[in-house]
Design a protein around this ligand. Structure first.
Ligand code: GLV
Ligand code: MN
Ligand code: MN
Length: 418
């Protein structure tokens, strides 16, 4: 069978994701962090693809890439549909997380043009500059700036080298930075669609290429600092030590056991830092990251309270001090029932069946939901693997996601014209 137009477009999408996946700050592995040189190169590359698809392109002071396509029919009061995701990555990332949701809409718009479909509304494709919280521990810097929700407290965040977020933005923009107002009035928007790999195993288990997201789970992230007494590793007997790392290690296992008993709760210690650590020094201070998620806000909050209490108990028993510093918190975020129903219609039309899933991962959609109704399309990823270089979505599944997005845009165009 000759390839259909969207098979050709899906191949183009896969090729572009490969190309973008080679734009990195670290040779040999994919890492792009907020306003890094690789992020600038990624914006230049994706900006070129946007222009080729007929979009006008700009970058805001926080490094968000924004491509806009004006309505193609006369419309005195055109609304705007937003589509996007993030272009930053975790360290040693896969090439689909975030990038898919930026590159796919560009290819979908070109595909619509090829099919002669005209849109009576404007479209903005958004490549957010920061979602992963790798450089600055607070996530969503890009979507917060776009939605006018970047606060003075966010601008004081420091990266590992002590660079302050405001100064980093000002150096990049070459001018004084004032947190922007929302990019749009809510009344001028049709909604926000984010296409994202599932980052979990459900679609693979159900043998489906795509599914729709009903809600994004509640999430809390912060730093736990255990403090004891640094000392000589050779001369301090074991019973006279106040080892901050040993206390932290006990907490890591306690957190794992706690969450295991309470599925679907998840609790993760993803980083451990021993400032001034050395092989011959008893750790005097250890800083852990803690990330806690659950579909229910109340369960997530209670879990955090109990985990902090457990850290305090461990610290008391070991004669340590412990402090909790929250760095990020978001409530469970429901997707818009109306926009999601519209998306599910497209999924059914293309795939024959639609499945609804809750997202355990955070997404820019969380922040965007404060500005406009959101919908999310999940795409199956091999072995449910994400935040890993082997992250993979097949060209066949990309073709389904692309066709669903094209169908969704077409239906929306029909609704707006009726
Ligand atoms: C974003 O990738 C998250 O941590 O959920
Ligand atoms: Mn991610
Ligand atoms: Mn992501």
């Amino acid at each position: 069978m000759p390839p259909t137009a969207s098979t050709v477009s899906a191949r183009l999408l896969a090729a572009r994701l490969d190309e973008l996946g080679r734009v990195t700050d670290e040779p040999g592995r994919l890492t792009r962090t907020f306003l890094s040189p690789a992020m600038e190169r990624a914006n230049a590359l994706v900006g070129r693809w946007m222009r080729e698809a007929g979009l006008t392109v700009r970058e805001d002071d926080t490094g968000n890439l924004i491509g806009r396509l004006e309505p193609q029919t006369p419309n005195p009061r055109p609304k705007t549909l937003l589509l996007g995701s993030h272009l930053d990555t975790v360290r040693n990332a896969g090439r689909f997380d975030g990038a898919l949701g930026v590159v796919l809409p560009i290819v979908a718009l070109a595909e619509l043009k090829r099919r002669g479909v005209v849109l009576p509304f404007a479209v903005e494709v958004l490549g957010f500059s920061e979602e992963e919280a790798v450089r600055f521990t607070g996530a969503y810097i890009g979507s917060k700036a776009y939605t006018g929700r970047l606060r003075a407290a966010d601008l004081k965040l420091a990266d590992a080298r002590g660079n302050i977020l405001r100064a980093v933005i000002e150096a990049h923009a070459g001018r004084r930075f004032t947190p922007p107002k929302p990019a749009h009035r809510t009344s001028n928007l049709l909604g926000y669609l984010e296409v994202h790999i599932e980052q979990g195993p459900v679609l693979e288990d159900r043998n489906l290429a795509v599914g729709v997201v009903s809600a994004i789970a509640s999430q809390t992230r912060g730093r736990l600092t255990f403090r004891g007494q640094a000392g000589h590793a050779g001369t301090t007997p074991m019973d006279l030590r106040r080892d901050a790392l040993a206390g932290a290690a006990e907490f890591v296992l306690a957190a794992e056991a706690y969450a295991r008993r309470r599925a679907p709760l998840v609790a993760t210690v993803g980083t451990i830092n021993i400032p001034s650590g050395a092989a011959n020094v008893i750790p005097g201070e250890t800083v852990l990251s803690l990330d806690v998620r659950h579909p229910s806000d109340a369960v997530c909050r209670r879990a955090l309270t109990q985990l902090i209490a457990s850290a305090q108990k461990i610290a008391r028993r070991r004669n340590l001090a412990v402090a909790w510093q929250p760095t990020m918190q978001h409530h469970a975020t429901p997707c818009s029932p109306a926009l999601t129903a519209q998306l599910a219609r497209s999924v059914k039309a293309v795939q024959g069946k639609s499945l609804s899933l809750v997202s355990g991962a955070g997404h820019d959609g969380v922040v965007m939901s404060a500005l406009t109704p959101i919908a999310m399309l999940f795409v199956r990823c091999r072995d449910g693997l994400s935040h890993h270089p082997d992250e993979y979505a097949s060209p066949k599944d990309l073709a389904v996601a692309l066709e669903v997005t094209v169908d969704f845009l077409q239906r929306l165009a029909t609704d707006c014209t009726d």
